[in-house]
Structures are given as structure tokens and as C-alpha cells.
Design a protein. Structure first.
Ligand SMILES: C[S@@+](CC[C@H](N)C(=O)[O-])C[C@H]1O[C@@H](n2cnc3c(N)ncnc32)[C@H](O)[C@@H]1O
Length: 275
């Protein structure tokens, strides 16, 4: 066994569930190269953050999560659902900026990790943690927005020149967006940097076509929304970089698509954003 990471006294003292990684040697051999990324994923990594093996390549890095949260809160969001919360990479940053976060994940070990990690950041009281299937989540939360950070199928997404969002496994673009829009029309989708933009645009256009069939109540948003100049504005893409390397895209739909001016503002100097 290797050396354990240092833990501060302020750490949460409960027992870690099986699967939590405490040192490089706990990782699968092919994941060990991600160990040094720990502090990019969580600035408080050395304070006793809990991560499982797969989360070393699945967590949203903190600087990007912080940027997304800052942008979304600037759009007037006060309650947000994090539909695939993992170990809390995004939920923790949302909790720093909005009033309430509903964080759900189907893996109880990861929800334990997320709760523990939120306590390390002192934001656990602003997050309601749920173990369950996002697709079963009922519309009882009156959320202003939904954030989706679905599985991308593991690190093999990196080898794709164009990443197929419709065929993404286990959940494709259409099913994800349909489920999210049942909870709020304001959706942020975190996807690979090589995502097929034609598919994203087609999804937004399909939605605009279908929207005319929705009732006015279904269309109502809790966020004051400016009149669109044209319909294509209902999708805003931001390319998220760390150290001049593009890491991912966040696609903003609904009222979240109207803050391009906020995206241009350097809210977080570590993350360069282009639209
Ligand atoms: C890319 S990870 C999310 C990482 C998270 N954004 C973070 O920064 O910690 C995707 C997560 O989706 C969860 N998941 C997969 N299917 C799900 C479902 N149907 N409902 C809820 N969570 C699901 C997985 O357990 C995994 O934690």
C-alpha cells in the first residue's frame, strides 16, 4: 500500500464506503495516470475528498464546474437539479452560487461520496441528495434549471473525431433532453469537446417545432426571459478550456441560452470560454 493522503481535522469522520480511493495504488493500473489530476478535479482533494476509480476520469474539473455554476446563477437560477451528480463535482459548485441543489445519482456509493465531499466544502446543507434514477425523477421540485453530466462511455470518447450524441451510451441526446425538459425548459448539458454539433442543433430545432404543441403552462419559465431575436438563439454552446486545452462543451438551452454576454466576461480566470 502507498502513502495515505493527508487529511485535515475538519474532514468528515464517517467511514468511507468500499471503492473509495485513498492512494495511487488503490487505482486500477490503467487509471493511475489520473492520480495527479486529483487537485484539478477538487482544489480540496488533499482534505480527504472521496473518489472512486472511475470518477478520476468522470468528475467535472472544479474550475470548469465553478465557471458553469457562476454562469447559470447569473441567469437568475436559484434552484437547480443535478441529474447525474456523481461525487459532487458540479453540485458543490452550484451550491456555492444558488440557493438549492437537488443532486441525484443511481449509485449509492457515489452519493455518499458527494455528501462527504460537499461537507468538506461546507455546502452540504444547500444540497438535497437523492439515490435514484434521473429518468424517474418527478417534477415536484420547482427547479429553475436542470444540469446534465451523463456518462460519456468512459475514456474511449477521447478517440472519437466526432462524438455521436444520439448514439451515446447508455443514454442518447433525445432521451436525456426529453427527461430534463419535463423538469424545466432550462437545461445545461455537459458533453465531450468533439460532440456532433449538427445533432445538437437538430435537437434544438426539433424542440422548437414541438414547442408549439405545448401548453402555455408547460412553456412557462420561472426565470424572466428576454424575447429571442431569432429562434436559433435557444441554444448556446460554450467551449470550456483549461490551460488553453479544450476539455468539454456545455450546451445551454431555454433561458440559459441568453447569457452570451455573461459568458464573455472572464468570471473565472482559469477557464477560457469561447462561444
Ligand atoms: C460523468 S458522471 C457525473 C460526474 C459528476 N458531474 C461529478 O462531477 O462528480 C455520470 C454519473 O451518472 C450516474 N448515472 C448513470 N445513470 C444514471 C441514471 N439513470 N440516473 C442517475 N444517475 C445516473 C453515474 O453513476 C455517474 O455517477
Amino acid at each position: 500500500m502507498g502513502k495515505k493522503r493527508p487529511r485535515k481535522d475538519s474532514q468528515v469522520s464517517e467511514q468511507a464506503p468500499d471503492g473509495v480511493i485513498f492512494c495511487r495504488e488503490d487505482l486500477d493500473p490503467e487509471t493511475r495516470r489520473y492520480w495527479n489530476h486529483g487537485r484539478t478535479l477538487f482544489s480540496k482533494f488533499n482534505d480527504g475528498i472521496w473518489l472512486t476509480n472511475d470518477m478520476f476520469f468522470s468528475v467535472t474539473p472544479e474550475s470548469i464546474a465553478s465557471y458553469i455554476a457562476t454562469y447559470i446563477s447569473a441567469q437568475g437560477v436559484s434552484t437547480i437539479i443535478d441529474g447525474f451528480c456523481g461525487v459532487g463535482g458540479n453540485s458543490i459548485q452550484f451550491a456555492k452560487h444558488v440557493d438549492k441543489v437537488i443532486a441525484i445519482d443511481c449509485d449509492p456509493v457515489l452519493v455518499s461520496c458527494a455528501r462527504h465531499n460537499a461537507a468538506i466544502y461546507g455546502v452540504q446543507d444547500k444540497i438535497e441528495f437523492l439515490v435514484g434514477d434521473f429518468f424517474d425523477l418527478q417534477n415536484v421540485y420547482d427547479a429553475d434549471a436542470v444540469f446534465l453530466s451523463p456518462p460519456w462511455g468512459g475514456p474511449k470518447y477521447l478517440s472519437k473525431t466526432i462524438f455521436d450524441l444520439v448514439g451515446m451510451e447508455p443514454y442518447g441526446l433525445y432521451d436525456l433532453m426529453k427527461a430534463a425538459r419535463k423538469l424545466s425548459p432550462n437545461v445545461a448539458l455537459y458533453i465531450p469537446k468533439s460532440s456532433d454539433l449538427v445533432q445538437l442543433l437538430a435537437e434544438a430545432e426539433n424542440y422548437l417545432d414541438e414547442k408549439s404543441e405545448l401548453t402555455s403552462q408547460e412553456l412557462e419559465s420561472t426565470i424572466p426571459r428576454p424575447e429571442p431575436l431569432n429562434e436559433s438563439e435557444s441554444l448556446l454552446l460554450s467551449y470550456l478550456h483549461i490551460n488553453n486545452k479544450c476539455k468539454a462543451i456545455c450546451a445551454f438551452y431555454g433561458s440559459l441560452a441568453y447569457g452570451a454576454d455573461d459568458l464573455a466576461v472572464p468570471l473565472n480566470p482559469d477557464v477560457l470560454v469561447s462561444t
